[in-house]
Design a protein around this ligand. Structure first.
Ligand code: PRX
Length: 658
């Protein structure tokens, strides 16, 4: 692991601009001043059990109260809200039915071709109950894992809530992943069923999904999977296997519209979501019921300053954690109106996002820096054609945002009046950890600002000692929090080693290592610089270099591969692969193309290398470890600096340079 970061932000640390919260926001916000934030943070620090316990009782509905807030006697394995029973789907639906929210819109969905579906809380409740009953009807029981491989259709949200309702953990696999990647996740999670669709619409085309499920299951590759439920979206012809495949509409329409929410233990598994790490295959991040519900509920309320009349839109895909926490669970638990969009901006409709904001009078908009940079590049002519005066708050997530993009977002999209919340978090953290609070925190472009109350974030050296203001170090969290991941599915040791013991516990206290580098300025503001491990962030999508390398070496022409990220103006990072070929293979355009296609088939199009270079050897240490630091420098055309004395064969460097 190297300590240098792919995003150096010296310039960012020179950033002097500060934007104060507007009175209009502060007057109504749930946390309305910096002193209120500090007071809450102090309360959370001095008596965390009381802070979290009070919040859990106040914000959530419990079937049975918990008798202990946190058990941290066996770190890093935490138990939150022991003894309590609750159900996340109940908290997202049922509890709103006895209030004015029952007939409020819960979900507004827009398909790429422009078809719109709307669900009030009551209507969503009915759909979820029917789906929950359908899952039971095909034999899904509490504790069974259900995989979702879906386009962005309302049924994805409905299926997730239905799983939560009957206590069947879900494992959502991003629809852009390949059949191979899906198969790995189905096998690892021992999924009992897969919910999918014939396909979805993307960039003006119908993209098929069901054939990938068929291919993943071929030859009984995933023996645990008994059934596949298929949503009809594109009406393309797909194969349906008898006794295994069911059409969603046929299965669900006859079901009863009532299904009691299963009382779940606080620590019952809610979902598994796979994410890339620096070693091995993607790991199944496990989240559990109560802590995740509390954390997504509270953070959504604090950060998005949600009001009853808001229409909130997060552009993520439900296949990622942002979709889980901030399209579905956080907003619905708060009784908000959440928008879901199947499509993306595309040449035929570059203003797709702004059109949606205008059409649905969206007031809160949450997207990724990579999208903002792409819009910025094509200028303000397109956004200026739309009325976006409904917007009052803007958010970003997924990667560091450069100050220029931040300012552009604020001025051009937010009309200069909308505060920006730059939210730092991860699949593992369940919800946002570091972010401005729009009514309280003065913002600085490019900084995620301050940790949320209850989050003891810090920047430390390799020994876990806090570094001085302005110095770079590892971003860590010093205490457990309710939304933290509980383990790596099937591999508790990996959980322990990669996150909580990567930095050796100091005075017996475990420290959570996030994998990111950061600095803190003199005001205590966090400036996240990007990953310090072998994870690359391409357009906000997280990929392990090892995964891409494994995909490359599974091609018969490749004997060895090393993958690094190169800074990219639009994507944040671009994938550059160095390969050594089997003897007798020619490195020509046909092979380069073949290798790119091969990676896309093995993992998914998001992992397709931007550039592939060939070399007859890779730079390695004497112990055989590839020196990625050198390759990163070469990939970005920089001088190779630092110590190269550990190189096994120094001539390799000259050859690579040549
Ligand atoms: O490197 C950080 C970056 O995204 C990583 C987490 O990726 P993932 O688990 O896929 O979750 C993405 C959505 C929460 C982090 O380790 N990251 C996320 N948000 C930010 C960020 N980097 C800088 N600033 C952010 N606001």
């Amino acid at each position: 692991m190297s300590s240098d970061s792919s995003n150096t932000i010296e310039s960012v640390l020179q950033e002097q601009r500060v934007f104060m919260p507007a009175d209009e926001i502060a007057n109504k916000a749930s946390i309305g001043s910096l002193s209120e934030y500090k007071h809450l943070a102090e309360l959370a620090k001095s008596d965390p059990d009381k802070f979290w316990g009070d919040a859990a009782r106040k914000e959530l509905h419990w079937f049975e109260p918990f008798n202990k807030v946190l058990d941290w006697s066996n770190p890093p394995f935490a138990t939150w809200f022991q003894g309590g029973k609750m159900n996340l789907s109940y908290n997202c639906l049922d509890r709103h039915l006895n209030s004015s929210k029952a007939d409020k819109e819960a979900l507004i969905w827009e398909g790429e071709p422009g078809d719109v579906r709307r669900f009030t809380y009551r209507e969503l409740y009915v759909e979820v109950c029917k789906t929950a009953n359908a899952l039971k009807a095909i034999g899904i029981k509490k504790g069974d894992l259900v995989a979702l491989y879906m386009p962005m259709v309302p049924e994805a949200a409905i299926a997730m809530l239905a799983c939560a309702r009957i206590g069947a953990p879900h494992s959502v696999v991003f629809g852009g992943f390949s059949a191979e990647a899906l198969r790995d996740r189905l096998i690892d999670g021992e999924a009992k069923a897969v919910i999918t669709a014939d396909g979805g619409f993307r960039k003006d085309k119908a993209v098929l999904l069901k054939p990938s499920v068929d291919s993943a299951l071929e030859g009984n590759a995933c023996p645990s999977v008994d059934s596949v439920i298929v949503v009809q979206r594109t009406n393309e012809n797909v194969n349906m296997k008898s006794n295994r495949d069911y059409w969603w509409h046929e299965l669900i329409s006859p079901q009863s519209a009532e299904c009691n929410a299963e009382p779940m233990e606080s620590e019952d598994r809610l979902f598994v979501l796979y994410t890339s790490g620096s070693t091995g295959k993607p790991k199944g991040v496990v989240h559990t019921t109560a802590g995740y519900n509390l954390w997504t509920h509270l953070t959504f309320k604090w950060i998005f300053d949600i009001r009853d009349e808001d229409v909130y839109w997060c552009t993520a895909d439900v296949g990622w954690i942002t979709g889980h926490s901030y399209i579905i669970y956080g907003p619905l638990s708060n009784g908000a109106t959440t928008v879901m969009y199947e499509g993306a901006p595309r040449p035929s409709n570059p203003g797709a996002f702004w059109e949606l904001i205008q059409k649905h009078k969206i007031s809160i908009f949450y997207t990724a820096p990579t999208a903002i940079r792409a819009f910025m590049k094509s200028g303000r002519t397109v956004p200026d054609q739309y009325d976006m005066t409904s917007l009052r708050l803007l958010g970003t997530v997924g990667e560091p945002i450069n100050p220029e993009a931040w300012i552009w977002y604020k001025d051009v999209i937010g009309g200069g009046r909308c505060p920006i919340v730059d939210t730092w978090w991860q699949t593992e953290t369940g919800g946002v950890m570091i972010s401005p609070l729009p009514g309280a925190t003065p913002t600085k472009p490019g900084s995620a600002t301050l940790p949320l109350p209850g989050i003891e974030a810090d920047v430390v050296d390799a020994e876990g000692k806090s570094v001085e203001a302005g110095e770079g170090g590892y971003l860590v969290v010093r205490r457990p929090w309710p939304g933290m991941m509980r383990t790596v599915h099937g591999n508790p040791q990996r959980f322990r080693e990669s996150y909580w013991e990567y930095i050796k516990p100091v005075d017996g206290k475990h420290i959570y290592f996030a994998g990111d580098g950061a600095r803190r300025d003199a005001d205590g503001y966090f400036w996240v610089m990007g990953r310090v491990d072998d994870v690359i962030n391409v357009s906000g999508h997280r990929l392990g270099t090892m995964e891409i390398e494994s995909a490359l070496v599974s091609h018969p022409a490749v004997s060895e591969a090393a993958v690094v990220g190169r800074p990219d103006e639009l994507k944040g990072e671009a994938i550059v692969a160095f390969v050594t070929l089997e003897s007798g293979r020619n490195f020509d355009n046909a092979l380069i193309n073949d290798l790119k296609v091969h990676v896309a088939l093995e993992i998914g199009a998001i992992a397709r290398p931007e550039e592939i270079k060939s070399s007859d050897a890779l730079p390695k240490t004497r112990s055989g470890k590839i020196m990625r630091r050198i390759l990163r420098a070469l990939a970005s055309g920089e001088e190779v600096s630092g110590d190269t004395s550990t190189l096994e064969d120094r001539t390799v460097l000259d050859k690579l340079r040549a």
